[in-house]
Ligand binder design. Sequence first.
Ligand SMILES: Nc1ncnc2c1ncn2[C@@H]1O[C@H](COP(=O)(O)OP(=O)(O)OP(=O)(O)O)[C@@H](O)[C@H]1O
Ligand SMILES: [Mg+2]
Ligand SMILES: [Zn+2]
Length: 302
Amino acid sequence: MKKNLDSRTADLLKDVEQKKRDEHARKEMMDVKPLEFPLLDELVETGLICEKHGCQLVTFKGLKPFCKQCAKEQIEADNEKLAQDAAAKYHKRTTYDWLRKQSIFSDESIKYATFASYIEDEKETIENKKLARHIAGEYLKGASYNTVFYGSVGTGKSHLSMAMLQAVNEHSDSFKRCLFVSTDELMRRIKDSFSNKQSPYTEQAMVERLIKADLLVLDDLGAETGAASTENGATDYTVRTLNAIVNGRMNKPTIFTTNLSSTQLTKMYDKRLMSRMFRGSKGHVIIFENTRDKRTDIDYGF
Ligand SMILES: Nc1ncnc2c1ncn2[C@@H]1O[C@H](COP(=O)(O)OP(=O)(O)OP(=O)(O)O)[C@@H](O)[C@H]1O
Ligand SMILES: [Mg+2]
Ligand SMILES: [Zn+2]
């Protein structure tokens, strides 16, 4: 009995101890001081009035008196500006940056081709650069006709067409999607996507990308894989892809470069496609007949 009483007392004591601990913990929690803004306490009203808000200007540690409401509005305006800048950056990334990020090159050196780096060393290069500049200027103003560069290997067709894109990209008032695409590399990637299901370069995706561009260079037309593979001309998917691109770009300018004459191209593709490709290109065909192959200017030492 005594033992029972003792153990009951012990239990009670235990209970009391626990309650004490709980109470202590609760008090500690309640004891947290309110957040302190000591600097706010140091603001002193100056008796001057904000013209805009009619409230008193305050000062702080000898600073120029200011209005709390005005300061708050300034912070909000700064935040708004930050948001606008972020939106502008996003817009730039999805338009202006296309040329750098979405283009498809087979010759990486063309990536950096500009009018400034195009040397005028012969009558033809002088005239062709002038015409290319003129057309780029018209594209800047919104012209939608197509341009054709025709001439033999290494004469600067890709260089000048890329220079036109760079110029339009740099000088356009509102950002434009300028895109340079090697026709051969395009078709190679599409062909690869037939067997590679992970490929992002599906026929549909690529056609969409090329149609979406505001100004497109389709480089080295007729040199693409399979273009001249059969007697009859280009393979199905190349014709299908070109048709889709050209039809989707009826109101947007495209610059074509090629080594092939219109007769050779007509043999390769059908007449309808040809007439659409060269829509409005009269007076906008830039021909290299006498220019030397600039690639062979490199001294290989043998
Ligand atoms: N007038 C020029 N001034 C400076 N560099 C040039 C000039 N013409 C061509 N090049 C350079 O020579 C190389 C070949 O020129 P480009 O690729 O433009 O020739 P292309 O006519 O497109 O040839 P292809 O028919 O083989 O595609 C490039 O690296 C290009 O930058
Ligand atoms: Mg070329
Ligand atoms: Zn104010």
